[in-house]
Each structure stands twice: as C-alpha cells, then as structure tokens.
Write a protein that binds this ligand. Structure first.
Ligand SMILES: Cc1cc2nc3c(=O)[nH]c(=O)nc-3n(C[C@H](O)[C@H](O)[C@H](O)COP(=O)(O)OP(=O)(O)OC[C@H]3O[C@@H](n4cnc5c(N)ncnc54)[C@H](O)[C@@H]3O)c2cc1C
Length: 448
C-alpha cells in the first residue's frame, strides 16, 4: 500500500499516533520490530502498546491531579489508549489501572480494523530520507536506528540514559533559609538557590545517604559503562565523607549573606551547600544540581526534606537513573516536534524526553494531530499552555532548560501559575478548571 505517513514503533506513542491518523482516513504504515523475533530488553510480548512494567496509568482524578487532567484531555481528543484503558480497567481506587493483555489486545484490534492502516512487523535501521515519518521507538530504541538518529542529531544530543535529579516546586522552598547566588558572584544574575548546611547537618545527611534504601539496577542497565558519567549521589557519598563537599555540595565561593559581620561583610561560606537551578522558563520548578540518585522515592522525600530550606519541599519529580534513549528536544525539535534539520521527521513518545505511559501516548496523540493538519494544509494550533497537553508540549519543544534536559512527566509546575489571589489550597482545582475551559475552546481547531 502507498502510504501518507510512516510510523516507526508500535508502542504507546506510535499506536496512538497511528490511530489519530487512520481515523482521519490517512494511509499509515506502522512498523514494529517485535513480531520478527526482535525484542527490546524490557518488552516480553509481540503485542502493540505493551506496558513494560506497572499496569497503571496513575491518577484518574481530573480535578486535582495533572496526569488525571491529561487523561481527560486525551479522552476529549478521541484517544485510543484511553478508550482501550476503559475497556481493560481493573479496580485500583482513584488510579486508572488495566489488565495489560486486554489493554494491548484492544489497541491492536482497533488498529487492525482501520482500512487505511497497515501494521508491518519489521525493524527499521535508518531514518528515512524522505516522506512524512514519525519516530516512536521509545526509551529502548533498537541500536542501528539509534545510531542513525545520533548521526542526524549529533551524538551529544541523543542520550542513552537519564540521570534525573529531584525537581522541587519553587514555592515550596523556604527562602528565609536559602539564598540566591552564583559561585564567586559570577555573572550578572544570582542564578542558584543555595541551601546552607552546618557540619553536623552535613554529616547526618551523608550518613543518611549511605544508609538509605536504594533501587537495584536491572542487569541490562548495570552492565553499561555510561553510568560512570552520571554517578548517583549516594555512590559519591560512599567514596568518602568529603567527596560530596568537593563535588555537588561544594560551598567554596558562596557567601551566605545571613552570616555577614563586620569582619566578613558579605558573609561566610557554609560548611556544605545544596544548590538548585531553574528547570523551566516559567521558573516554577528547580532541580537539585548533581543529585541524581537511585534512592527509593520515599527515602528521597524523607532525606531531602532534612536539607535546610527544603523541610516542606514538594517534589515535581523524584530522582532516578535508567536506560532511556531520548533527544535534547528543546534544541533539536521545532514546536511541532519536527527535527529542525529534517522536518519530514517527527518524534513522539518517550524518545522526545517526556516520561511515562500517559505522557508518551499524549505526545503520540499530538504528533498524529500535527501530521494530519500538515497533510490537510492547515495551520496547526498547539493546545493552550494552560492545558496539560499544551504544557507538556511547550516544555519539550523549547521551554525546558536545554542544558539540564532530562525526561519529565506532566505536573502542575509546567503550567503557568494561576493568579496570585487563588489560595494555595485551591490551586490544583484552579489549574484543572482553567485547562478544561481552554481545551474546550481549542478542540474545534482540530482537523477531521
Ligand atoms: C524498563 C522500563 C519500565 C518502565 N515502566 C514504566 C511504568 O511502570 N510506568 C510508566 O508510566 N512508564 C514506564 N516506563 C516509561 C515509558 O512510559 C514507557 O517506556 C512507554 O512504553 C514509552 O512509550 P513509547 O511509545 O515512547 O515507547 P514504547 O512503548 O517502548 O514503544 C516503542 C516501540 O518501538 C519499537 N521499536 C524500537 N526500535 C525499533 C525499530 N528500530 N524499528 C521498529 N520498531 C522499533 C519497540 O519494540 C516498541 O514496541 C518504563 C520504561 C522502561 C524502559
């Protein structure tokens, strides 16, 4: 069959993109390597849209939760992943969990029933030179294609691992304890939030890192030498009690103004420091510099809240290290997820640097909509930034800080804040109500 769009990868993102195109009558070739005898290290079956780990799409609360809001928006856009999840749902309280086999079977049956869609079991090893293409090969993209993408984007722009440091909501940091400064006061601006530590606090924190419960690497992750380049903070701590003070917790050149005296008018350096750097253009979320970690999530929250100034920290995401192929999208992709240097190629799913089943499917959905609009000759209007889809898309395609870009799941820190008069307790509802209203205004702009 001649086709309008070639989609490579039949996971969450590729399946959703294929659905959005085929239901609009466009001819699609969906190439999936599983079914040829090939498998990624995590996939166990040949089924499309396989859930490789948990069977949960997380919270389904669309009034107080950003991922629940994303479910709502995807349903409004006729998402196949959301429709199949509804059919495969199993009891899980306020979360949306599914029977994974039923879920994948529903996705595959719906796609197979589309007359303009051809599912081909084949591995693709090169970026196509021409023709509208969507690359949705996920965090475990097969090696040859990853090499071809790396050659097209520059090796430094394609990562094979994430090294995620925790990210904190700015408004949960106690600025009576922390202060803004750059080391040696360099640069015009005071770019970092600094959390000062005394010797006792540092030693207790160091002991907490050593004792803390860690997540094990999977065998196929542990064997990869890349981990040397992004060492978890607890591994650094194990190398010696002073290692962190000469590394990410170095206090040198950071005068704490609250210790100013006649003798030291600018203040003294603390014993150790934890620094946070702005993570998005809005300035709503800040990452803990150098704090990539394999500590268990509950342990991270407990331990990092012992850091002065972070006692009440709310985390937009917690740290982790995983094998994960992803692009430096804020630099490489345009606002429509097209490779700037080869605009016939779009990227979708986790390879764009979103994180999670739902986010991957949502980016796949948007990629399908963008491609459909392009084929119809329509100007694509992005979903408003006040929506979960719009906030995620804006983050990936330019609003995230490119230098520290790491995979991100949807959270309210990506949204423009609601007006200051909205009380803290009502902010979540304010985000979701505004998003739903703005989504309703945007939906009529969709093609087909
Ligand atoms: C081990 C692991 C566990 C995870 N657990 C969770 C979790 O519990 N919850 C969560 O929300 N997220 C989880 N994620 C993150 C992420 O949400 C999932 O990986 C998600 O499946 C990503 O969707 P995707 O469509 O981008 O990629 P995938 O769903 O992985 O789909 C990519 C598809 O492309 C195919 N493919 C790859 N290369 C080629 C090629 N060259 N030619 C043809 N086909 C190719 C693959 O076989 C695969 O079917 C996990 C990731 C990993 C790696």
């Amino acid at each position: 069959m001649q086709y309008d769009v070639h989609i490579i990868g039949g996971g969450l993102a590729g399946s959703e993109a294929a659905w959005q195109l085929a239901r609009r009558g466009l001819r699609v070739r969906l190439s999936e390597m599983r079914g040829t005898g090939e498998r990624s290290p995590a996939h166990q079956t040949d089924a499309l849209a396989e859930l490789v780990c948990s069977n949960s799409f997380r919270s389904d609360d669309d009034e107080k939760n950003a991922v629940g809001l994303l479910h709502h928006e995807m349903r409004q856009c006729g998402s196949l992943v959301m429709a199949a999840a509804a059919k495969a749902q199993v009891p899980a309280g306020s979360a949306l969990a599914v029977d994974r086999d039923v879920f994948s079977a529903e996705v595959e049956a719906a796609l197979a029933a589309q007359p303009t869609l051809e599912i081909v079991r084949e591995r693709i090893d090169r970026l196509p030179d021409a023709g509208l293409t969507i690359i949705a090969t996920g965090p475990l993209t097969a090696e040859a294609l990853a090499g071809s993408i790396g050659a097209a984007t520059g090796a430094d722009s394609l990562a094979f691992f994430d090294a995620i440091a925790p990210i904190v909501y700015r408004d949960s940091i106690d600025m009576d304890v922390c202060w803004m400064a750059s080391r040696w006061d360099k640069g015009e601006t005071k770019d970092y939030i600094n959390c000062p530590m005394t010797k006792e606090q540092y030693l207790a924190f160091h002991a907490g890192l050593i004792a803390g419960e860690k997540t094990e690497f999977k065998e196929w992750e542990a064997n990869t030498p890349y981990f040397q380049a992004c060492m978890p903070i607890e591994v650094m701590a194990e190398r010696g009690v002073e290692t962190l003070r000469f590394g990410p917790m170095k206090p040198v050149g950071l005068d704490d103004p609250r210790t100013a005296s006649e003798q030291f008018p600018n203040g003294r350096w603390p014993y150790a420091v934890v620094q946070l750097r702005q993570d998005n253009k809005l300035g709503t979320i800040w990452n803990m510099v150098g704090f990539q970690t394999k500590l268990k999530h509950a342990e991270q929250v407990r331990l990092f809240r012992t850091i002065p100034g972070l006692e009440n920290a709310e985390f937009a995401r917690l740290g982790g290290l995983h094998r994960n192929t992803f692009l430096n999208s804020p630099v490489l992709l345009d606002r429509q997820l097209r490779l700037k240097t080869a605009p016939h190629v779009r990227f979708a799913g986790q390879i764009t640097g979103c994180e999670g089943y739902v986010e991957s499917a949502a980016v796949g959905l948007m990629t399908g909509l963008m491609t459909a609009a392009e084929i119809a000759g329509h100007d694509w209007q992005a979903p408003p930034r006040t929506t979960a889809m719009g906030a995620l898309l804006a983050h990936i395609t330019g609003d995230a800080e490119a230098e520290s870009y790491q995979p991100m799941n949807v959270n309210f820190g990506l949204f423009p804040p609601p007006p200051p008069e909205v009380k803290k307790k009502q902010r979540k509802e304010a985000y979701t109500a505004r998003a739903k209203a703005d989504l309703d205004l945007w939906l009529p702009s969709l093609v087909g």
